[in-house]
Ligand binder design. Structure first.
Ligand SMILES: [Zn+2]
Length: 439
């Protein structure tokens, strides 16, 4: 499979570093201080579908996600609610994991909390100081950006224009505004011990400490939202490639586009967000996945309530198709030939679309096409189910059990005897069981 690599701006094959290894995937996880919104869900759904697709195609994938369970935002939230920061982190971590379960985001192999990796974080900071890439001030330890020549390359920005974005600098001892914190000194609790005094780790160093531990110094695919390119992912590259001397940190950098509302990025700071929990009160988890995957992952997805309702309807149509019982499933030779051609061709295009930068909108269109064009026979229903599964839908239609089969047989007999009224009663019974009957 080829994915657009944001670092080099061209499509690159997703494959393991060595034939024996799994494809190692890392995606920036949540900072657990609030409820996840649809913007977060988009990225995680896309990545879940990608990993499940790779696995369904026979690839071995190891999927790692970090959880930022220690951060200023968490501490502020704890102060607001007058509870311990650990409780805040725990509460929102649980909410995040519960929501992932409801959204059927089940492909992550390992969730790694920042606070469980303080040793690895301190070791990386030490290594960067030893290499002359980081320096200590009264207030903390900073990465010296000008010593890492490739800084800015991922986000395609010149250092001067990046600098223009910075107005305030809290530490006057910093050599440059772009230098970012690896360790922030603080006597205020909560804090952790370190060779540079008590304090807190910087956000970016959490990720590289965690990825180096579980995936090694280099890995295959790093995913995340577009907004994380700068400074977060630039910093990750600088820390790890600077620290190990090996490049690239990740062979492929995959960035998901924004989920917007009336043109603005959905975000906590703009207060224009819809939480996943609120979405799920009105819409189904399948509608959510369908809506996300019907848009290419790199394009913006402008969310409206109307759009969500449209995808509810779209999913209901798929569901109805999967629960249609046809009186006669026999096809003649000509029909059978036509059907196998359609399924073969749709399958080929489905996979070709996904292989080429994970074009899920085309893949989904192929599913719709089979539903619209193919006869409603078992073979086609199975094809649709199988292809939904490729995209990470975990769905099993109601089983058409022997009891229903008996009813169907009885109805057929009644119709042959021209007892239509009684036959219709059975039709209603079958419908009540959740199936559509087609004569
Ligand atoms: Zn991250």
């Amino acid at each position: 499979m080829f994915i657009h690599d944001s670092y080099n701006n061209h499509q690159k094959k997703v494959k393991p570093l060595s034939a024996k290894k799994a494809i190692n995937v890392f995606v920036c996880g949540p900072t657990v201080y609030d409820s996840p919104h649809l913007g977060h869900a988009r990225t995680y759904l896309v990545m879940d579908a990608l990993v499940k697709y790779l696995r369904a195609c026979g690839e071995k994938v190891f999927y790692l996600q970090n959880i930022t369970d220690f951060d200023d935002k968490i501490i502020n939230r704890a102060a607001e609610q007058k509870i311990d920061w650990k409780k805040v982190a725990k509460k929102y971590e649980k909410e995040y994991l519960d929501i992932c379960k409801i959204l059927q985001i089940t492909s992550v192999d390992k969730y790694a909390r920042a606070t469980d990796h303080l040793d690895e974080i301190r070791a990386q900071v030490k290594r960067l100081i030893a290499k002359g890439l980081a320096y200590e001030t009264k207030n903390g330890v900073y990465f010296e950006v000008k010593k890492f020549k490739r800084y800015g390359r991922l986000s395609k920005q010149k250092l001067d224009s990046l600098k223009a974005g910075y107005r305030i600098d809290l530490d006057p001892e910093k050599k440059d505004v772009l230098d970012f914190a690896l360790w922030k000194k603080s006597d205020e609790k909560p804090n952790f011990p370190s060779p540079w005094g008590k304090g807190r780790p910087g956000w970016h160093i959490e990720d590289t400490a965690i990825t180096e531990k579980y995936l090694g110094e280099q890995y295959d695919l790093h995913g995340g939202g577009m907004d994380l390119k700068f400074p977060h992912h630039e910093a990750e590259i600088a820390q790890e490639e600077g620290g190990t001397g090996k490049q690239p940190l990740s062979r492929v950098w995959m960035h998901a586009g924004f989920l917007t509302t009336s043109g603005d990025k959905m975000s906590k700071s703009l207060k224009n967000y819809v939480t996943v929990a609120d979405f799920l009160k009105k819409h189904s988890t399948y509608a959510m996945r369908l809506m996300v995957l019907a848009h290419h992952y790199r394009t913006p997805l402008n969310y409206t309530e109307k759009l969500a309702t449209e995808y509810d309807t779209a999913w209901q149509k798929i569901e109805a198709y999967l629960h249609t019982v046809k009186m006669s499933e026999d096809l003649n030779e000509k029909e059978r030939k036509k059907l196998s051609q359609l399924l073969y061709e749709s399958n080929r295009r489905f996979h070709r679309a996904l292989e080429k930068d994970f074009n899920t909108p085309i893949a989904i269109a192929k599913i719709y096409e089979v539903i619209a064009k193919a006869p409603k026979v078992k073979e086609c229903r199975e094809w649709v189910l199988e292809h939904l599964k490729f995209l990470g839908f975990e769905y099993s239609p109601k089983k058409f059990g022997t009891n229903l089969e008996k009813l169907l047989k009885k109805r057929e007999d009644l119709r042959l005897e021209k007892k239509f009224k009684e036959a219709d009663k059975i039709r209603v019974e079958i419908q009540k069981a959740g199936f559509t009957l087609e004569d």
